[in-house]
Ligand binder design. Structure first.
Ligand SMILES: C[S@@+](CC[C@H](N)C(=O)[O-])C[C@H]1O[C@@H](n2cnc3c(N)ncnc32)[C@H](O)[C@@H]1O
Ligand code: SF4
Ligand code: SF4
Length: 399
């Protein structure tokens, strides 16, 4: 019997847990099933049901066939760096992202070179995607060539080109509209004042076109206490909602907006109770095994000039994998020697000894790098994850 190298055994709050960090499967074992598991590893099939479960979920196998294949599911695609707003702390607005955007024929080449990955989700971002007048053609090509289950466009909702919106409608699975304030007469947090009503008008127009809209507030120190107001707004608008967490290296312009430990605990509590969706955090509504955040393994990001990176927040030259104008994504990823980002919890500073490490995966590598300058450091949002897993495991064990 062969044990998958991705099978990890953890003792969490005294409970014995088997975790497959490759496919996310998690199972709790009592003393009896744990000793049966050890016997199965020695080729004694004492418990057929357990044996079947462990083989079906890739914990063990009778063949040593555990080679890791490329399994990228999600790609961010940045189609422009131009933007009509100047949001505080925007990670698309610094020197990493001042490249000339590509003409449609090159965008088509990139789409063709993404084909071998069979992507499930493609997220169109920027800059402001609706600045490009050919956005509808880009989306049509993606649907025709790659046919992802989810084609998501993130927009600031302030460009009211309704002809373009109408032409895009049939290709967009989710239009994710970023929000700053949750009502009209509220001072702006990260964006400019006076845009709330323009965004509301845009959302109504999109809904009239039968586009599935989701709102996307960025939670920071100043609006964290109003997180429930955004959820109420989404109910009123009849849209979905997901959240970004403001992630910046503190400087004099943004230090008052940086989330502190108490804020992070509030988000973790809100997440647990309301099962909200938060981008770039390792929290799930069910326990999932992982040994890192999946940057460059389950997630990739394409820059405006076609450069391929492991993540939308790790788009510096030192993380570049290649360029999609020069080769297909599978080849670039398979032959990539730049593994600067491929670190796991077993080598992350401060995470190695954490009992939740194979559930958390050590948080977000980009956040650790952005804020602390070192990719192997603990993600500074750790208190949020720790608090979440601590409560979830307490509830599970008590329940
Ligand atoms: C970079 S923008 C590009 C798309 C479009 N211009 C928009 O604003 O929706 C994509 C999302 O990233 C979020 N974002 C930008 N900088 C961020 C940061 N430093 N931390 C967290 N989220 C950020 C924005 O609020 C927005 O929801
Ligand atoms: S609208 Fe989007 S891309 Fe433009 S500055 Fe704001 S967050 Fe950045
Ligand atoms: S980030 Fe925090 S909760 Fe997650 S593995 Fe590291 S120490 Fe544990």
């Amino acid at each position: 019997m062969f044990k998958n190298p991705s099978t990890k055994f953890s003792k969490i709050k005294g409970a014995k847990i088997l975790i497959n960090t490759e496919n996310a499967a998690v199972v709790g074992l009592d003393d009896k099933t744990y000793s049966e598991y050890l016997e199965i590893l020695q080729d004694k099939k004492v418990n057929r049901e357990l044996y079947d479960f462990l083989t079906e979920n890739g914990f063990i196998s009778t063949f040593n066939n555990f080679n890791k294949n490329t399994d990228v599911k999600t790609a961010y695609f940045h189609i422009t760096d131009r933007c009509n707003l100047k949001c505080r702390g925007c990670y698309s607005a610094d020197e990493r992202c001042d490249k000339n955007e590509l003409p449609l024929k090159d965008i088509k080449k990139i789409i063709f070179n993404l084909k071998p990955l069979n992507l499930e989700t493609i997220i169109i971002s920027g800059g402001e995607p609706m600045i490009r007048k050919d956005l509808d053609k880009i989306l049509r090509t993606i649907k025709a060539e790659l046919n992802p289950e989810n084609l998501i466009v993130i927009t600031n909702g302030t460009i009211h080109d309704y002809d373009l919106l109408k032409n895009m409608a049939e290709y967009v699975d989710i239009l994710s509209v970023s929000l700053d304030t949750y009502k009209k007469d509220c001072e702006a947090f990260l964006r400019e004042d006076g845009i709330f009503e323009r965004i509301m008008e845009f959302i109504e127009k999109a809904k009239d076109l039968n586009i599935n809209v989701s709102i996307l507030p960025t939670i920071n120190h100043k609006n964290v206490d109003f997180i429930n107001e955004y959820t109420k707004l989404s109910k009123k608008l009849n849209t979905n909602i997901s959240f970004s967490l403001f992630t910046v290296r503190p400087d004099k312009n943004n230090k008052d907006f940086v989330l502190n430990v108490d804020d992070l605990k509030k988000v973790a509590d809100y997440y647990r109770v309301n099962e909200i969706e938060v981008s770039d955090v390792p929290l799930n509504n069910s326990l999932e095994g992982k040994c890192n955040c999946g940057s460059g393994e389950h997630l990739i990001s394409v820059g405006t000039d076609g450069s391929l990176y492991p993540c939308h927040m790790l788009m510096e030259d030192k993380f570049k994998i290649g360029n999609l104008l020069e080769g297909d994504a599978l080849n670039l990823l398979t032959n990539n020697m730049n593994r600067e980002y491929g670190v796991t919890v077993d080598s992350m500073d401060n995470c190695q000894k954490c009992e939740f490490k194979y559930l958390c995966g050590g948080g977000c590598r980009a956040r650790a790098y952005l804020i602390t300058d070192k990719i192997t450091n603990r993600d500074p949002f750790c208190p949020m994850y720790y608090n979440f897993f601590d409560e979830v495991m307490n509830n599970l064990i008590e329940g």
